[in-house]
Design a protein around this ligand. Structure first.
Ligand code: GLU
Length: 312
């Protein structure tokens, strides 16, 4: 196992060289903003638990966090209400269905099963402790900033684009409400969920999120302790089960690291105790995962010998 700095630098460089221009996939277009992001952008980055930074490509380009925000809100809900309540009210099972599936909800009497699909994420937002909509949003943004960087901020352009087209998510919020699985006003939860998806991050910040989870809740760049270490195993378990939508099983089989993707083209994986590995490139496969980001993250992990299921 090559853990030295040269080894990491080499692995990141190699992953970018091999896959930074890989063919295949297409930008998400159901959110108009995402359709317009240049498809040739690509970046890969590692942040270690000690704060070492290794990066290649368009690492400073800021893109919409989208579904990866679900990890941050889950972290906050766990801090607020605890692991038992999250498991009871949201769940910890893969749905086996697309990320915005209404059928998954109907099949399980309105229990969303995972905080990393839209239904579960909207319900998770409603579990966060807040007196009103603005406080709910500020607490979630604050958690994103603590886990990544203070530069993470809402993009009005992304948010407008999503708020004007999020009818499906509004329907999910009302279905949750009808089933008794919504813990604040449903349109407040959907609004705040849509905003949390509309922050801009870069690949280094995404790798920092992974590194903070890897480093028992201490952000290795700010050195602030931002999460209880006892909640992290639950976050990583949820990521392993549902982090790459209906490709989560294939990802576990091939790569063996907890990870989360977003339809903005980002992907972050966690090597517990060691590092966060992130990548970004807009074109997605049919499940909604970035084609190049999957290849780049998998390549870094394989070169460094990290797979949680490996007995080698
Ligand atoms: N804002 C997106 C949605 O709710 C996020 C989806 C994703 O990245 O999976 O549809």
């Amino acid at each position: 196992m090559k853990r030295d700095e040269d080894g990491i630098r080499q692995a990141v460089k190699q992953a970018y060289t091999l896959y930074g221009k890989a063919e295949g996939g297409k930008n998400a277009d159901y959110i108009p903003y995402l359709a317009g992001v240049p498809s040739d952008l690509a970046a890969v980055a590692v942040v270690t638990h000690e704060g070492g930074i290794f990066a290649q490509g368009d690492v400073h380009y800021r893109f919409a966090i989208e579904s990866i925000s679900k990890v941050c809100s889950l972290a906050l809900a766990l801090e607020d209400v605890g692991t038992q309540k999250v498991q009871e009210k949201i769940g910890a099972e893969p749905t086996g269905l697309p990320f915005n599936s209404v059928i998954a909800l109907e099949l399980h009497e309105g229990k969303p099963l995972s905080p990393l699909v839209n239904a579960g994420a909207i319900a998770t937002v409603s579990l966060v402790k807040a007196k009103n909509r603005e406080e709910r949003w500020q607490r979630i943004l604050d958690m994103q900033q603590k886990l990544m960087s203070m530069d993470v901020a809402l993009s009005e352009d992304v948010n407008d684009s999503e708020q004007n087209t999020n009818f499906h998510n509004r329907a999910i919020a009302w279905l949750l409400y009808a089933a008794g699985s919504m813990y604040c006003d449903p349109m407040e939860a959907c609004d705040v969920y849509t905003r949390q998806c509309s922050t801009l991050v870069n690949t280094l910040e995404l790798a920092t999120l992974g590194a903070t989870l890897a480093a028992r809740g201490v952000n290795p760049l700010t050195l602030k302790h931002v999460l209880s270490s006892e909640n992290i195993s639950c976050i990583l378990a949820e990521m392993m089960m549902e982090g790459l939508y209906v490709r989560s099983g294939d990802w576990a089989y091939m790569v063996g690291l907890p990870a989360k993707s977003g339809v903005g083209g980002g992907l972050v994986a966690v090597v517990p105790g060691v590092m966060g590995i992130a990548a970004f490139s807009p074109p997605l496969d049919e499940a909604g995962n970035s084609v190049r980001a999957q290849k780049m993250v998998a390549s870094v992990a394989a070169q460094l010998g990290y797979n949680l299921f490996s007995v080698a």
